[in-house]
Ligand binder design. Structure first.
Ligand code: MG
Length: 380
């Protein structure tokens, strides 16, 4: 029996993971964690009866829901659950960098860590990857593009990789003017149904930029070997070109249940959790270069990666705060890259510990607020 913990069980990835696990024999959910959706978490506890559940931002009362479930709170609760659970697999799908310490604990304990939170690798990639190497932990990507690359690399060796192509649907603005963009347009992604933060990131293409940084850490590749390719049909989830000129790619309908199932069952490929593709059905498949001028966030992500050290963390923190302010109608869509760039310009990158990096994260968030304050003052 494989014991599974899901961090972020009430989000899109978490709910998909629960659906995938329902179809699989030999797996049991022993722990669930949510940030603040206590109603949905209570419902999951009632149905799944895990040994542990964590509500990070403790507001709801879950103790009476199921007497067999030990309820913990706060980020400390995550680490305590992981240490006590004796789980085999951790699904890390909390948004932002919440759960960093919990993921580090799971790596140290040698659990298979299935990573769905790209922000963790973007901000703390050097620290996490050195821990993974030290403990020889299995780190499996759940992000669809990285799962595709991971699958293409089975049986291959890294030294023969020439280029990795991360596919991007292009988001809602691929063929549209972006002078004046409404929130409704931004939140209407043509392919994937996801949470609001990642949907905004897809519209700015920062999501792809973060994925470039994620790929750098996961596959130990320099920025010049990682390229982005626009592929609006969204059935090819990434490609790897090798030194001999061969390209391997992974195709499937865009549905997170497939990369989630693969991460849980690899190297086995069990019956599809989604419909099969009939390749006779596709007349045209498009692959195009991205427009870096139209999507400056992509350019910023590459430059943060090239600078390295704490710069990707600053990029990610400034972006997260800017996206939040956009969703609250405080800034416009086109302000997002401008704000990120000006925070990056103010930052002198450092190498440091998790604690040092958390300080930098706070600093970056404060800088965003400062920029907004000055901007509203100028306009008044
Ligand atoms: Mg992705």
């Amino acid at each position: 029996m494989m014991k599974v913990i899901i961090l972020g069980s009430t989000g899109t990835i978490g709910q998909n993971t629960i659906q995938v696990l329902k179809r699989l024999d030999g797996y049991r959910i022993v722990g669930l964690a949510a940030y603040r959706d206590h109603r949905r978490l209570a419902d999951q506890i009632r149905k799944l009866k895990p040994a542990y559940a964590v509500l990070i931002d403790a507001k709801g009362n879950l103790r009476a829901v199921n007497h067999g479930t030990r309820i913990l709170t706060g980020e400390n609760g995550l680490t305590r659950m992981i240490r006590a659970s004796q789980a085999d697999i951790l699904i890390a799908a909390l948004s932002s960098t919440t759960g960093l310490n919990a993921v580090c604990a799971a790596i140290e304990l040698g659990m298979r860590v299935c990573l769905a939170t790209k922000e963790l690798l973007v901000s703390f990639g050097d620290i996490i990857m050195s821990l993974v190497r030290r403990h020889q932990t299995e780190l499996v990507p759940v992000d669809s593009e990285h799962s595709a690359i991971f699958q293409c690399l089975q049986g291959e060796s890294r030294e023969f990789i020439r280029t990795v192509y991360l596919t991007a649907s292009g988001g809602p603005f691929l063929n549209k003017n972006m002078k004046k963009v409404s929130k409704a347009e931004v939140l209407n992604h043509p392919v994937w149904k996801m949470g609001p933060k990642i949907t905004v990131d897809s519209a700015t293409m920062m999501n792809k930029g973060l994925e470039v940084i994620e790929a750098h850490h996961l596959f130990d590749l320099p920025p010049e070997k990682i390229k982005v390719v626009i592929h609006p049909e969204a059935i090819c989830h990434s490609l790897v070109q090798f030194e001999d000129g061969s390209i391997k790619a992974q195709f499937s309908y865009p549905d997170m249940k497939l990369p989630i199932q693969y991460a849980l069952t690899l190297p086995k490929r069990l019956t599809a959790p989604i419909p099969y593709i009939d390749m006779q059905h596709f007349q045209n498949l498009t692959f195009l270069a991205p427009d870096f001028n139209k999507f400056p966030c992509l350019k910023l992500a590459y430059s943060a990666l090239k600078i390295g050290k704490s710069m990707p963390l600053v990029l990610n923190a400034a972006n997260s705060t800017a996206v939040k302010l956009f969703l609250e109608d405080i800034i416009t869509f086109n302000d997002i890259p401008l704000i990120i760039e000006s925070v990056m310009n103010r930052h002198k990158p450092i190498d440091g510990s998790i604690q040092d990096y958390c300080e930098v994260e706070k600093w970056a968030n404060q800088q965003v607020m400062k920029i907004i304050k000055n901007k509203t003052k100028d306009m008044a």
